[in-house]
Structures are given as C-alpha cells and as structure tokens.
Ligand binder design. Structure first.
Ligand code: PDD
Length: 287
C-alpha cells in the first residue's frame, strides 16, 4: 500500500504529491513545521502542537489555510488512511508559491500558504530499546539564528550537528552558546543533580518543546523538583543523570557527554521514571 499524504486539500498517494519549484519553503526555507507522535493510533499532545503552530505562523505573518478543527480532522484522516498505529505525523506550512523567486513576501491574498502532512510509521517507538541503553552526545557551538522559538524548517545546522555527532561516534549533539547549553539538535535537554531536574529556561534561544512542557508538568505532579536555568557542559558531565525530550523520542536518557560517562554509563532512575510517566499520561490524553 502506498502512503497517503495530504497536500493543499488533497489526499494523494505519495508518488503523486507535488509542490512547485517556486514554493518559498523550497527556495527560502520560508516555512514552519510540527511533528506530532501517534501511539495506539491516537494523536499525542495535539492542543500543544496546534497552539505552537499558531504562534510560529503569527510570528512570521503566515496564514494557515485551514482551521484547527480541520487540521485535527486531517491528522485523523491520515492516521486512518495509513492504518498508522505507532509513529509520527509531520506537518509543514510554507508561504506558498508566488510563481517566481523574490525576497519580499508575496501578498497572502494572491499566494495561499502550502500545507503538507505525511505520516511516518515507527513500530516500537514507545518500546525503543535505545531508551534502556541511553545515548552519547557531543557538544558543538550553537550558530543558529536568534529565533529558535519559532519552529522553522531551517534545519541545515541541526543536520550538520547530527553528522558531526555521527562522525565522532556519538548519537546527537548538544549546542552551546556563550558557554551554556541551549538544546539538542532536535530536542530539549536536561540534567539531574541531587534529585533536582535542571533545564534551560524558555526564551527565544530554544524551541518551547511540547514534550518539555508535559514532562515538567508531570515531574511537578510527582513532587520532583524542577529548576529552569542554563547549565554548562562541565556541569552536565558532573551531573547524576542527563536526558532529552522530543515528540519523536519522548524522554531519552543520555549516558555520555563529550566522552565523559554519567552514572557509570548507565541509564538513571529519574529519566527512566519520567519516560514511564510521560508514556502513561500521554496515552491517557491522546485523541
Ligand atoms: N524536533 N528543540 C528543537 C530544536 C527541536 O527541533 C525539537 C523537536 C524540540 C522538542 O520539541 P517537541 O517536544 O515539541 O517535539 C526541541 C522535532 C521532533 C523534529 O524536528 O523532528
């Protein structure tokens, strides 16, 4: 069965789905996106993802060609048509196809936004064996633009960061600016010291992770102490535990930072517990 994707009002087999070469997403990386996970055929954290999408669009003066209710229907329709049980839904909105290349934004009345969604089937996402082993990260300089709170499709540097990590025999990279860790290439990062969960405070320097918000809420409900502040790589290397969060990885333990093992290279209890709580709770609220 060919994957059914959504493009500008149509559900099509992926081979038939096309976007113009003049689309500003393609020419200018002028677009925003969301990644939402699906467990048991249900969508996780839809209200959070749709609110962040609205905010990203507003910050860039971009319009969404459908309502939020319609967007939920499209998500559900794609889950149903592709019989998606476990995996992700990728959504992208770009400033459309003005018919030529021009730096100035086109008139939105004449150039509607492009809306594309597709599913990614990932059986075993929740039961990922990597979460029992933990992953290794390296640190790299954060040279991205200054509005990382907007979820844009400008992902060249994060992709380069992943490749730098791969080359170094690691799994991911944590980015550092002015001596402090901002975030991972595609996730928010945390350390645990003396029972406290420490993660960078929200600002324009990092993406406001939907998984981050949920995990911090569940941590507080479980009487775990959370401190929102920046930390250095040296502090992270001296921590009891480290982990990251994202819609596609949930809570993922980190056991090595720049070659230094944390808690003897083993996954720690806080990350393990938070992953369990996150999976349990988000399954309950999935729609
Ligand atoms: N990435 N920070 C960055 C830079 C990200 O790209 C992501 C998500 C996050 C975590 O946000 P959330 O919890 O809402 O997924 C933080 C997605 C998964 C991606 O690009 O595939």
């Amino acid at each position: 069965m060919s994957r059914i994707v959504y493009v500008n009002g149509n559900y099509l087999p992926e081979e038939e789905a096309t976007v113009s070469i003049f689309d500003r997403g393609f020419l200018m990386a002028d677009g925003v996106y969301e990644v939402t996970s699906v467990l048991d055929g249900k969508i996780l954290e839809f209200p959070g993802h749709s609110a962040r999408l609205e905010r990203s669009l507003r910050e860039l003066d971009m319009a969404l060609p459908v309502t939020m209710d319609e967007l939920l229907t499209i998500h559900r329709e794609l889950v149903a048509r592709n019989e998606l049980v476990e995996g992700m839904i990728y959504l992208q909105v770009t400033r459309g196809n003005p018919g030529d290349r021009d730096f100035a934004f086109p008139d939105p009345a004449a150039t509607p936004s492009t809306l594309v969604l597709f599913t990614q089937s990932k059986p075993g996402l929740a039961d990922n064996p990597v979460a029992k082993k933990g992953i290794k990260v390296i640190s790299i300089e954060d040279i991205r633009w200054g509005r990382r709170d907007i979820k844009t499709v400008q992902l060249l540097y994060p992709s380069m960061g992943k490749m730098m990590a791969k080359k170094a025999g690691a799994d991911d990279a944590w980015m550092v600016e002015d001596g402090f860790v901002t975030e991972g290439t595609s996730n928010n990062v945390y350390i645990v010291k003396d029972g406290k969960i420490i993660t960078r405070q929200l600002s324009q320097d990092i993406l406001h992770g939907i998984t981050r918000a949920a995990v911090l809420r569940y941590a507080a409900e479980a009487q775990m102490e959370v401190v929102e502040r920046a930390f250095t790589i040296a502090e992270a290397q001296a921590a009891d535990e480290a982990f990251f969060t994202s819609a596609s990885a949930f809570v993922m333990p980190v056991v090595e930072i720049d070659g230094v093992a944390l808690s003897e290279g083993k996954v720690g209890p806080v990350a393990t517990r938070l992953r369990e709580i996150y999976l349990d709770e988000s399954r309950k609220t999935a729609i």
